[in-house]
Ligand binder design. Structure first.
Ligand code: UT7
Length: 325
């Protein structure tokens, strides 16, 4: 039996910071409301000339280095993003060229904020069926470039980041169980239009800019709490384990209230949960891999630990993965 195991992770966080005082200067809000309703204090923002693949390349290079392989050994690069540089080429091809990963196939996919778990699930299939040995899963988003800065209910949430992981064939236990899913009946709860003309959608936006992000915050919150708790429960059940066996849960960092309600539903306490949303906000698909890379850097994860990574996002989608480090 070949196992799929994360062998290296990396993250990239842009330098510029928007704190809550910045939002007080552009919309009718205040630090007290943002802190109480979201837990977010700061978000990092990409430079005007810095885009998804620029950040993805930086995180990917670190993940490959930490995995102790060469870029030529990669068999596949997949990039999850909702803010691509281009419709074509795929951002994964741009990353492939920058890395010199000449033997890797490359494609992009979109599962919004559930992107990293979806990527791990794809990698796990290719590795366990024996087709590939090393798959690079990279998630990067520049949500701040799609943010509606006239909409006080969404503009305070988003930051930019990239996170990456090399998933390799291993004899050791790695990605034990995954659970991904979607509820397309909630598709209009988070939207950002491409070619489709949709007057109703455009009208909903404070800025009336159809390509900015719009979200039904309360609907998404309700979905998120249940989806994350249920998906985590399912991966544990598949593995015949309980939360007592888990050292750390890394959730999508969307809103402290969502995480808090989800972990109460899971029946676990905050000491088992990795949180960094105060500093980075919601960085879309990058949230989970960049948090994982940070947790590794900070020594929060040791060999043999069991982890749950769990998220939700546009689609509406969800995903959970249970791993042994
Ligand atoms: O990864 C993508 C997934 N997205 C998310 O995870 C987001 C999920 N949703 C949320 O995090 C929350 O719904 C929000 C943070 C977006 C909003 O929090 P909420 O507790 O759901 O607030 P609300 O939308 O029910 O609004 C409550 C009040 C409203 O005023 P009225 O109608 O009661 O007078 C809003 O206009 O708060 C007002 N409000 C604000 N006030 C000050 C909304 N945004 C702000 C703001 N500052 N920034």
């Amino acid at each position: 039996m070949i196992n799929a195991k994360i062998t290296g992770v990396g993250r990239y966080i842009p330098e510029k910071v928007y704190d809550n005082a910045y939002f007080e200067s552009i919309v009718d809000t205040n630090d007290e409301w943002i802190t109480r309703r979201t837990g977010i204090k700061e978000r990092h923002v990409s430079a005007p000339d810095e885009f998804t693949t620029d950040m993805a390349i930086k995180a990917a290079k670190k993940a490959v280095e930490n995995a102790g392989i060469t870029a030529e050994e990669l068999d596949l690069i997949i990039l999850g993003s909702v803010t691509p540089d281009y419709f074509t080429p795929a951002g994964a091809c741009v990353v492939q060229a920058a890395l010199g990963a000449v033997n890797a196939a490359a494609f992009d996919y979109n599962a919004a904020c559930s992107g990293f778990i979806t990527g791990l699930t794809i990698a796990k299939q290719f590795i366990e069926n024996g087709m590939y040995k090393h798959v690079l899963v990279v998630c990067a988003d520049v949500l701040t470039k799609a943010t509606d800065y006239a909409d006080r209910s969404t503009c305070i949430l988003f930051g930019d980041a990239a996170g990456a992981a090399v998933v390799s064939a291993s004899e050791e236990t790695g990605i034990i169980a995954v659970d991904i899913g979607a509820d397309g009946t909630g598709a209009t709860a988070i939207t950002q239009l491409a070619y489709r003309e949709d007057a109703e959608e455009t009208e909903k936006r404070v800025s009336h800019n159809k390509s900015s992000i719009w979200m039904a915050g309360q609907t998404v919150m309700k979905f998120a709490v249940k989806a994350m708790a249920d998906a985590s429960g399912r991966v544990l059940e598949k593995a015949g384990l309980t939360y007592d066996d888990v050292a750390l849960v890394i959730p999508h960092q969307a809103n402290y209230r969502i995480v808090d309600a989800a972990i109460k539903r899971m029946g676990i306490t905050e000491d088992k949960v990795f949180l960094n949303l105060e500093k980075y906000g919601n960085t879309s698909a990058s949230c989970i891999p960049s948090s994982l890379a940070q947790a590794v850097e900070e020594g929060r994860i040791k060999k043999g630990d069991k982890l749950i990574l769990v998220g939700f996002g546009g689609g509406l989608t969800w995903g959970a993965a249970l791993l042994e480090w």
